[in-house]
Design a protein around this ligand. Structure first.
Ligand code: S3P
Length: 450
């Protein structure tokens, strides 16, 4: 089992203005998908801007274990020689997906309709997360699975020998579940239909179309109906991975709360299924502008400029926006602490089954740092203290969750006393240059105890 064996405590203290340009790494969701889809093509897929975080590197290793040739050419340039749809080989060993729910769930989907068996594991966080949400629909194709109590990893999937197409209504708003079913549907004769009541990130649909699959999306009363025709010959592609809006969230939010800041975060994907945080921040009164708006690789992209915003107000975040900012609630709760009044976040039950229970992790850490938080099963509310009034001073548990660790580092940048995390090592899963980049902007983030 993989783990971040040695905890790396980190501390963040109040700093002068954050200024300059923050070039954040490639999008994690698109990076996983480019490796997996590359492995499912015949021929060479080339990738630029791949996120070289632990999560994606684990997916690259997994694709090698299933028979693809994956090469790192340096500087975010990678290539994949795929084995074709249905061509996965049976791996010799256990597939270790580390901390990554996206990695394990998408890979399970991609192998579940191949006549092979594979066993999956991960770190303590991933081995505690629910997998039935993926194995239930994969069983409809004819795949079998056996895991630990509660459908937890380690888990073995026995791929279907004669898979049948399915029509599946996704019961939770999850792009990982939707994507696992679509990837499984690739190696099945006939049409696989996936219906989602709420739109979640649509990278799999866009990329499948780009790789040459026949896929249609219709908005109906039932929701988004996605229809995929199975057994296409996927065409190897060149993929340019845009910079990750979920990583951009950290320098953007830091700039909003640190006095005098003015930070440019260039080339950020503003796909509407991902950009909910930026809309929310603007509604709170953030000085956040989009510059040089353009289309790149079929996706809306802009340079984000964030400036210190001392008069932000708490708002009710519409629950209909939750899927488009699901990974950004932890850092939004930090900004909410510096806003005036209450920020209410409803319809966010999914936050309880991420890399950690993110409502619990943030509520505990915020309270320890002097901020009032109320919570229920699927909602939470942060009582903002206004700029200059956030005490800080406590060390928080990151619970093996990169976004929790980074969020508390952002909190410390504008609190009255420094803020610590017990373990910042998970940050390497999604944003390996976080500390370097934040220091270049002027932040005081260091390894070590408070
Ligand atoms: C992801 C989907 C989301 C998100 C995760 C990445 C993806 O998870 O939280 O970080 O790449 O498909 P869910 O599908 O569980 O909502």
């Amino acid at each position: 089992m993989s783990s971040h064996a040695t905890p790396v405590p980190m501390t963040s203290s109040a700093c002068g203005p954050l200024t300059g340009t923050a070039e954040v790494p490639g999008d994690k969701s698109i990076s996983h998908r480019s490796l997996i889809l590359g492995a499912m093509c015949v021929g060479e897929t080339t990738i630029t801007g791949l996120l070289e975080g632990d999560d994606v590197l684990d997916t690259a290793k997994a694709m090698q274990a299933f028979g693809a040739e994956v090469s790192n050419h340096g500087g975010g340039n990678w290539s994949v020689h795929g084995v074709g749809v249905g061509g996965f080989a049976e791996p010799d060993g256990v597939i270790d997906c580390g901390n990554s729910g996206t990695g394990v769930r998408l890979i399970m989907g991609s192998m579940a309709t191949c006549p092979i068996t594979a066993t999956f594991t991960g770190d303590a966080s991933l081995n505690g997360r629910p997998m039935a949400r993926v194995t239930d629909p994969l069983a409809l194709f004819g795949a079998q699975s056996v895991g630990r109590k509660g459908g937890r990893l380690p888990m073995t999937i026995v791929g279907a020998v004669d898979p049948v197409p399915v029509r599946y209504v996704v019961p939770v708003p999850s792009a990982q579940v939707k994507s696992a079913v679509l990837l499984a549907g690739l190696n099945v004769p006939g049409k696989t239909v996936v219906i989602e009541a709420e739109a979640t990130r649509d990278h799999t649909e866009r990329m499948l179309a780009g790789f040459g699959a026949e896929i249609t999306v219709e908005d109906t009363d039932e929701g988004r109906v996605i229809t995929l025709t199975g057994q296409p010959e996927l065409r190897a592609q060149h993929v340019e991975v845009p910079r990750d809006p979920s990583s951009a969230a950290f320098p953007v939010c830091a700039a909003l709360i640190v006095p005098g800041s003015d930070v440019l975060v260039p080339g950020i994907g503003l796909n509407p299924t991902r950009a909910g945080l930026f809309t929310t921040l603007r509604e709170m009164g953030a000085d956040l502008t989009y510059e040089n708006e353009r289309i790149e690789g079929g996706e809306p992209v802009a340079d984000l400029r964030a400036k210190f915003s001392p008069r932000m107000k708490g708002i009710d975040v519409p629950p209909t926006r939750a899927a488009s900012m699901i990974d950004e609630y932890p850092v939004l709760s930090v900004v909410a602490a510096f806003a005036e009044g209450q920020t209410m976040m409803r319809g966010v039950k999914e936050l309880r089954v991420k890399e950690s229970d993110r409502i619990d992790a943030m509520a505990k850490g915020l309270r320890a740092n002097g901020i009032d938080v109320d919570e229920g099963p699927d909602w939470w509310a942060v009582h903002g203290l206004g700029h200059g009034n956030v005490p800080g001073g406590a060390t928080c548990a990151s619970q093996l969750d990169h976004r929790i660790a980074m969020s508390f580092m952002i909190l410390g940048m504008a609190s009255n006393a420094p803020v610590g995390v017990d373990d910042g090592s998970p940050i390497t899963t999604s944003f390996p240059i976080f500390e370097t980049l934040m220091k270049q902007l002027g932040a005081k983030v260091t390894k070590g105890v408070l």
